[in-house]
Every structure is written in C-alpha cells, then in structure tokens.
Design a protein around this ligand. Structure first.
Ligand code: NDP
Length: 525
C-alpha cells in the first residue's frame, strides 16, 4: 500500500461527523465572510468556459448568470454548449472511464478527502458565491457549503466500506465474492437551490464509485459549480473524470440524457423535468446496450401537522423556519401547515407574529434572514400562485413584491382547503398555506393527500400519535417536534416517495450502491 492510500484508509476509519456551522455572531467570522464577499464582488462579471477533458473551451454563445437581489449585476457569463460540444463531453467521459474505472477505490476516495479539505479552506469564498448568485443568507449559504463537505467526507468513507469484502453466504467447495463495480458515464444534473451541496454530492458520489461525469449545472447557479470544478482541478483529479457543461437544459438536456453512451442519470430538480428525464431515459437508442438507470429526486408539498397537545410555541417556530428559510425554496420547505381546530387560531397568530419579524433585504449583510427568489420566472410564478391563493384562502401576511430585486414578502394564506391548488401544487417560494383540520385523524389524512411524499413533521406530545404517524405519515423524511428542513448527511438520509422521486437517500448508506452495479464472482476450489 502506498503512503497516500494508507493515509486515506486511516482517515476513512475515523468516524464521520457533520461539519460544524460557522458562528457568525463571532466578530472574526463576520469579518472573514465580509472580506470574502468583497473578494468575490471584485471577480463578478467574468466569462467562463466549458471544461471537457481538462481543456477549457470558450462558447461561441454565452448566457449570463445574474444576482437575483440586483438583476443588473452579472455574476458571470457562461458558455452555452452546443449539441456537438455536449456529445464531445460525453465522448471524453466515455474514453476517460476506461482508465478511471481501474483506479483503486482508496485512491478515488482520497480525491474526495482532498476536495473536502480544500472546500474548508475556501469556505467563506464559496459561501460568498452563493450569497451573490442565488441570494442565500449567510447562514443558509454556510449550511450549503457545510453539507457539501459532509457529502465528500461521507461518500469517501462509504466507498471504502463498499470496496471491502462483502458479507456473503459460504458454501463448500467454492470461493465466492460480491464486488461493486462502476456503471459508466453519468449525466449529473443538479438544481440551483442547493447549488453547492447537491451539485457536489451527486457528482462526487458518481466519480468516487468509479464512474465519469458530465456535470450540467443549473443555469441560474453555474458559478458555484465552476468553483467546484476549480477545486477538482486543484486537487489533481485526472482530466476528463468530471466534465463541465453549461447550457440550457431545454436545449442540451435531451441530447445528454438520450445519448447511448450515457449509462445513468443523477438528477435533482422539478417534478416536470424529472418525469421528462424518466421517460426519455427509458428509451434504448441504437447502439445502446444497457437500460439506463435514473436517480431522480424531485419536488415536495411538505406539511407540518400540529395537534392540540403540542408545544405551540415550538410548532410555530418550526413552521416559520421551514416555510421561509431560503425563501421557501427548499424541496423540504413547509408549504402546508395543518393545524387541528382546537389550537388553530393560537398557532396561526404565533406564526404570523414570528413571520412578521423576519428581516428581508440585502443578503450581503449578516443580519438579513430573507433574500430574493431565484429569478424572474420564479418571481412571476410565485406571484401568480399568491393571486390564486388569495382567492382560495385568507391572505394573512405578505403577498407583495418588494424592491427592484426578486424579493417577495413572506406570505401566509390561512383557511385554505386541503384540495386547493396552493395546497396541492409546489410553489417553491415563500408562501405558506394554512389548513384547519377537525382532529389528528383528519390532519394525517390531509397531510398524505398530495402526490408528493418528501418531508413531513408532526408536533405532538402524544406518544401514541407518534407511533401512528411512524406507520401512516407517508414521507421519505419524517420528523417529530422539529422543523421539516435541515436534513444532515449521515444523520437523516434524504429522499422522497411518490412524485418526490426515487427515494435515493442521499447521505445514507444505500446511496453509493445506486452508482454501482454488483458483480458476483464464484471460483471452484
Ligand atoms: P428544474 O427541474 O427546473 O432544473 C433542474 C436541472 O434540470 C437544471 O440543471 C436544469 O437546467 C435541468 N434541466 C431542465 N430541463 C431539462 C431537460 N429537458 N433535460 C435535462 N435537464 C434539464 O429544477 P430547479 O433547478 O428549478 O430546482 C427546483 C426543484 O428541485 C424543486 O422542484 C425542488 O423541490 C426540487 N428539489 C428536490 C430535492 C430533493 O432532494 N427531492 C432537493 C432540491 C430541490 P437549466 O437550469 O438549464 O434549466
């Protein structure tokens, strides 16, 4: 064993622990973040290339990523990949797979540890890119970077674990083993809302398992993905293992997903695009000798249920944090508060009071909790839903756009019927529908009555109801007496049921298996 791989093996044996969040109440940390924001500000507006096989290729056409707080500020210009360039990226990944798949698992895991270390060093800078590019508050941006570090640390250890001899039943006269081998070329297609964590998590899971990657970042968050590419370059990841392909999903998505050289797709995003990919990937174009695997994590219509025994103060705090954190733009966001009749008015009042206090505005300031929504399309769509909501319920708070950025006030709409559109469709913005239930049974029925099943939360002091909800509340991530957002890698493996996706459980022990195929090998003695 080389010293490098011995070091990796010994690091892999240390238990995984979640990365601590930065404490921005400390002056030193505040200063570091402010300095990073100033540095990143001085770098805004540059032009970025595609990276295929380590080669930087400038686009004939580019598109701009802009600051949603201040849409006239360009974050960067990114190459709009052509169909030829998309095919070139796939071809390069396919050629690189032939060498990368032979690199030992410990060496591959070593790259993830190295990337985690470098991301720690660049933490404030990466936070700053997220604050500018997608309008995250400091705390939300830092949690995103911390989660990315967690994924790198976790999947490195997981790769070592699954590369070790696997438990298998013994039989006389034969030696048997089961090994997990890579699949091939991955199309990794992340969303913009966790532009560091989900992007780095899906990409690193793919390549640590021995696959090569075409990474197509979301068009509203390519600068953050480019920062990750720089980290991979700086740690010396072999060229062509991860290829950076920017461009509109609507233009190049079908070529990427449909290519006979793509072996699997790791996607996180909307239900609409996820379903399209699912159908498209099921086809077997000429020359394709496998069934494509799809790992698809999609939307949610997540509920927090509050019964009459609950700590109402804690419930209201959890609802507000889950509904309005990152402007409600989380797949795990609470978009339905389902409250039993007996305590409905009290909880509603508390939610209203707490939501009113949220500070919305300039996310480059430490004290700001609420920033803009991601782009003009999101702004229009959310405002349309607010209009629909005003007709479907009683507007209690917010409802309006603010300023020249894409700011929408935290909005609470009360007395919404369980089957109303704003109680069924994912809005993906700071809009909370509050629904009155007759009792706990009714609340549970309402909670389950959507086509999604991602996260859910129940506030109650009744242990029997907790046991019932464990059986009957049909969501991939179920929480009791806590908010519905903030899943931690390793602690809360994350993924949803039904139209929320394939329940791939990112950050869990099953995840890397989705990026491999198992080979059983039997030798007669
Ligand atoms: P989208 O579905 O709009 O986009 C996701 C990615 O798909 C982007 O990179 C996008 O590229 C790309 N894409 C778009 N069209 C195609 C296509 N035809 N073929 C291939 N790729 C395509 O989602 P958002 O980025 O808006 O993310 C928000 C959604 O993600 C919400 O629904 C949210 O609930 C969900 N989500 C789910 C999570 C989960 O774990 N279940 C976690 C986080 C978010 P482009 O940007 O160029 O259009």
């Amino acid at each position: 064993m080389t010293t490098v791989s011995a070091n990796v093996m010994s690091r892999a044996k240390t238990p995984f622990i979640n990365e601590a969040l930065i404490n921005f109440s400390q002056e030193e940390q505040q200063r570091a973040q402010a300095e990073a924001l100033a540095q990143v500000k001085s770098e805004l507006g540059q032009t970025y290339p595609l990276v295929i096989g380590g080669q930087e290729i400038n686009g004939e056409k580019t598109f701009a990523s802009v600051n949603p707080s201040q849409p006239d500020q360009v974050i960067g210009y990114f190459a709009a990949a052509t169909i030829e360039q998309t095919n070139a990226a796939i071809q390069t990944a396919a050629a690189t797979f032939e060498t990368w798949k032979r690199v030992p698992a410990s060496e591959r895991a070593g790259y993830l540890f190295a990337a985690a270390d470098l991301m720690r060093q660049r933490r404030f800078i990466i936070n700053a890119w997220m604050i500018y590019e997608v309008g995250k508050s400091w705390v939300e941006a830092d949690a995103d970077t911390a989660e990315a570090i967690d994924f790198l640390e976790f999947y490195a250890r997981e790769m070592i674990r699954i590369s070790e001899p696997q438990p298998i039943t013994r039989t006389e006269g034969e030696d048997n083993q089961l090994v997990y081998i890579p699949l091939g070329v991955a199309a990794v297609i992340p969303p913009w809302n966790f532009p560091c964590a989900i992007m780095a998590g899906m990409a690193s899971a793919a390549f640590v398992a021995g696959n090569t990657v075409v990474l197509k970042p979301a068009s509203t968050a390519p600068a953050i993905a480019y920062q990750f590419m720089r980290i991979l370059e700086d740690i010396g990841l072999p060229k062509g293992v991860v290829n950076f392909l920017t461009g509109s999903g609507a233009v190049i998505g079908d070529v990427l997903v449909g290519s006979p050289k793509i072996r699997f797709i790791a996607f996180t995003g909307s239900r609409e695009v996820g379903l399209h990919i699912f159908e498209h990937a099921s086809q077997t174009p000429k020359g394709q000798i496998w069934l494509k695997r799809t790992i698809l994590e999609m939307g949610g219509k997540d509920a927090i249920v509050v019964d009459e025994t609950a700590d109402l103060e804690a419930a209201a705090t959890g609802i507000v944090a889950s509904a309005f954190g990152f402007q409600g733009q989380k797949c795990s966001a609470c978009s339905r508060a389902i409250i039993v009749e007996q305590v409905y008015d009290k909880v509603l009042q508390k939610v209203n009071e707490k939501a009113k206090k949220l500070v919305m505005g300039d996310v480059t300031q430490a004290s700001t909790a609420i920033g803009p929504v991601v782009d003009e399309n999101a702004l229009k769509k959310i405002l349309e839903y607010i209009e629909i909501g005003k007709a479907e319920g009683r507007l209690l708070l917010g409802g309006k756009r603010q300023g020249s950025g894409y700011f929408i006030e935290p909005t609470v709409i009360a007395d919404v019927a369980p089957d109303a559109r704003i109680a069924q469709e994912e809005i993906f913005g700071p809009v909370l529908a509050v629904i009155k239930a007759k009792d706990f049974d009714d609340a549970l029925t309402i909670a389950n009555n959507t086509e999604y099943g991602l996260t859910g939360s129940l506030y109650t002091q009744d242990s029997q109801r907790i046991e019932r909800a464990k059986e009957e509340f049909h969501v991939g991530n179920l929480y009791f007496n806590r908010k519905s957002t903030g899943a931690l890698v390793g602690v809360h493996p994350f993924g949803g049921f039904n139209m929320s996706g394939t329940d791939s459980k990112a950050g869990g022990r099953d995840y890397l298996l989705l990026f491999t195929q198992a080979k059983a090998i039997s030798t007669k003695k």
